[in-house]
Structure formats: structure tokens, C-alpha cells
Design a protein around this ligand. Structure first.
Ligand code: ZN
Length: 238
């Protein structure tokens, strides 16, 4: 996969979106880029380590303040102050305001950030810059949340989407449509596999759907995704 993209907005009053993994060289390069800044805020889209792992190290190296969804709160002994962000919270930069937007699905308390002057929406792992899918299987209810978040991003009307991996897109609506189509196709696959194989568990259904192609290390993720999709199908019946 493409490495995580870190975005810097502003010159002196800066927002850093997703510092990325906790790797010494990477944190050093970021700290260097931030040397001219006098006020730094680190904004996290979600807690996965490839996005948030380096947050505490970067905050310690630069004196930055840390902001993000509640699951990103660092351990109490980290010594880094943390502020929870929710829908509509605004973060100032000297290049304009950045606004938090809740887009659960890939992670339960995933945030996007809208930078108004550029019409840019930073969507973390809701959508990737390449392909048409991202992992959706972290918790029961994630598939419904994910589809709702795609609708929310589409109706938001941003000019450009910046995913956490891969290139940006200046056609947000068609990008959203692609990811929605993939997810709905997967939901339909799980629905018909279950119909054809009554009594089969999530593990058997995952093997049927993904064939023998799942590398061992991805089996758990595939089964979790099928379990979340089964939950989605059941919750739609009510
Ligand atoms: Zn992620």
C-alpha cells in the first residue's frame, strides 16, 4: 500500500493532518518542515497506527497540541495534552479554518477534515486514492455507518478529496460512487452466499466469497468484514 500521506496546512499557525507512523526518520523530517511554525496542531482522522502512531513523538518533538477522535487519546503518562474533536469543531490555521466532520465506518470514530479556502476534504481511510475499496469490518454496524458516511461526503460538495493513501481526486462524486458500488456489491455477495449456504458461518462464507486467495494474515480481516456485513443484512430486515 501507498505510505500514509501527511498534510500540512498553514505556515506559522499550522494544522498537521495524520502525522503517520512512529518512525524516527519520518518524525525528524516532519519536525524539520515545521521549524518555522509557532503554533502547531496535530489533527488525527482515526487511531490506526499508520495514521496516528507518530502523533505523540511529533508532539513531543515540536510542542504541538494533539486533537482527534476520542479513541486517539494517548496514554495518561505520555505527557501530551489531547483534545477530543467532534462534528463541527473548528481548528484555526493562518491559511483558514479546518473543520472536523464525523465519518464513521472504517473506524468507529473516524473524522474527516474540511479546509474551506481550498474546498478540500481530507478523508483518511474512508476512501483510498487507488482502487475502489477500503477495509470495513472493525465493529458491528460499520457497514451501515460506512455507506452513510459516503453519502455524507458526496452531499458535502468538496472540490477535491485527499485520501490518507494515494493521490487526490478532483471528482469526488464519481469517487464516492465507485466505493459505494464496491461495498454494495460485497453486501450482495454475502447475502447470496448465505442464501445458497444456509447455516454457514462467517468463516465459511469468507472462504466462499474470497476463494482460496486470502493470504493467512488477512483471513481475520476478511472474516470480520463478512461478520459486519451479515450484521448489516440482519439490521436491514427490521
Ligand atoms: Zn485505517
Amino acid at each position: 500500500m501507498d505510505g500514509t500521506r501527511t498534510f500540512l496546512i498553514g505556515g506559522e499557525q499550522v494544522a498537521v493532518i495524520d502525522p503517520g507512523p512512529d518512525e524516527e526518520d519520518h518524525i525528524r523530517a516532519l519536525s524539520h518542515a515545521l521549524e518555522p511554525a509557532r503554533e502547531i496542531r496535530i489533527l488525527l482522522t482515526h487511531r490506526h497506527t499508520d495514521h496516528a502512531g507518530g502523533a505523540v513523538s511529533l508532539a513531543r518533538a515540536t510542542g504541538a497540541l494533539l486533537f482527534g477522535p476520542v479513541s486517539c487519546r494517548p496514554p495518561g503518562d505520555s505527557g501530551v495534552p489531547f483534545q477530543v474533536l467532534v462534528e463541527g469543531d473548528e481548528i484555526p490555521t493562518d491559511e483558514g479554518v479546518v473543520t472536523a466532520l464525523e465519518i464513521p465506518g472504517h473506524a468507529k470514530d473516524h473524522l474527516a477534515f474540511f479546509w474551506e479556502p481550498a474546498g478540500a476534504l481530507f478523508v483518511g481511510d474512508l476512501m483510498l486514492g487507488k482502487g475502489d475499496t477500503t477495509w470495513v469490518g472493525e465493529y458491528l454496524g460499520c457497514v451501515g455507518d460506512y455507506l452513510d458516511s459516503l453519502d455524507k461526503v458526496e452531499s458535502f460538495g468538496a472540490k477535491v478529496l485527499y485520501p490518507g493513501h494515494g493521490p487526490p481526486s478532483v471528482e469526488p462524486a464519481s469517487r464516492v460512487a465507485l466505493f459505494r458500488r464496491h461495498r454494495l456489491r460485497r453486501v450482495e455477495q454475502v447475502r447470496s452466499a448465505r442464501l445458497e449456504n444456509p447455516g454457514a458461518g462467517a468463516g465459511e462464507l469468507a472462504a466462499l466469497i474470497y476463494g482460496g486467495e486470502i493470504p493467512d494474515k488477512l483471513v481475520r480481516a476478511a472474516v470480520a468484514s463478512v461478520e459486519a456485513t451479515l450484521f448489516h443484512l440482519d439490521s436491514q430486515r427490521d
